[in-house]
Design a protein around this ligand. Structure first.
Ligand code: PLP
Length: 290
């Protein structure tokens, strides 16, 4: 996936093909960088403030200096202007920098991956895999750092087993999250999703869905649920900034519900798009400060 634009702290927009990090940046040596991935709709990143809040929390947890929000807002704006692509993916990176040096802020704009709309229409097949999450602080549960090799390996394993994506379960069979998504399922008018106490990532899309679900006739239960509940649900779906609300039609080779995208997934995806298209604070201007 080629970069459309790149902006670097202290430098502004640079040629996206230009190398910008030192070889001994801690991000590269040890995966010590915090990052965020946002969906850009009509040129505006969705819920930028929430992503900057999470970037700050992740940075604190991995011992990086505080994130400079104003710097990130302007870098994001510069990169998006340079990219001039209204529907895109924005990544914000806050690296630890060199052992003796300063952290570095980066804003990257990439094209939207093409295949998610097709996947949304047919629904994804999930494969359950063992995942280890914990509230032990050093295991960095809920932190979005660039140490994502395990998550990427899980995605690859799910594909090797004939699926589209993975869902992590702990050693007791409790549902956690996907490698880059939060997981949901529905029985009747109740939506279920794993609770943040499990050490999963507090998804920005997850928070949005918690807010809007009641307006669409759904109540939500967050908690500790065994995988058997997902297996027996009427429908399931995942949520993430870039994949948005993606129906799940199969788990470990068995149909979920009637094996077709479900009504909650369809309604909540529509709600997300409506919010993203509106000009209120949900889809913020990159220059406004809340
Ligand atoms: C592990 C994990 N869980 C959940 C999510 C979904 O979070 P968001 O909705 O903020 O994109 C992500 C996003 O990348 C993730 O990496």
């Amino acid at each position: 996936m080629s970069l459309l634009a790149l902006a670097v702290g202290g430098r502004g927009v640079v040629d996206p093909d230009e190398p910008v990090l030192h070889a001994d940046d801690e991000a590269l040596l040890r995966g010590r960088a915090a990052f965020e991935t946002l969906r850009v709709y009509g040129g505006r990143p969705f819920r930028l403030q929430d992503h900057l809040d999470r970037l700050r929390l992740s940075s604190e947890r991995i011992g990086l200096p505080p994130v400079e929000r104003t710097q990130f807002r302007s870098l994001a704006g510069e990169a998006l202007t340079a990219a001039s692509e209204p529907e895109a993916v924005l990544r914000l990176l806050w690296t630890a920098g060199r052992a003796s040096g300063e952290p570095m802020a980066l804003a990257l704009v990439s094209p939207l991956p093409a295949h998610f709309e097709e996947l949304r229409a047919r629904g994804a097949r999930l494969v359950s895999l063992l995942g280890l999450k914990s509230d032990a602080p050093w295991l960095l549960g809920g932190v979005k750092s660039t140490s994502y090799a395990v998550n990427m390996a899980a995605e690859a394993e799910a594909r090797r087993q004939g699926g589209d994506d993975a869902v992590f379960v702990d050693a007791d069979g409790v549902v956690l999250e996907g490698p880059v998504t939060n997981v949901w399922w529905r029985t009747g008018s109740v939506l279920f999703t794993p609770g943040l106490e499990l050490g999963i990532l507090a998804g920005v899309t997850r928070a949005f869905l918690l807010e809007v679900a009641p307006q669409h006739g759904f109540t939500v239960e967050e908690g500790v649920f065994p995988l058997t509940e997902l297996v027996g649900a009427e429908e399931a779906f995942t949520s993430s900034s870039v994949r948005e609300v993606l129906p799940v039609v199969e788990l470990d080779g068995r149909a979920v519900g009637d094996g077709r995208p479900g009504r909650a997934a369809v309604a909540l995806q529509a709600a997300l798009r409506t919010a993203a298209a509106s000009t209120d604070t949900d889809s913020e201007s990159i220059t406004s400060e809340r």
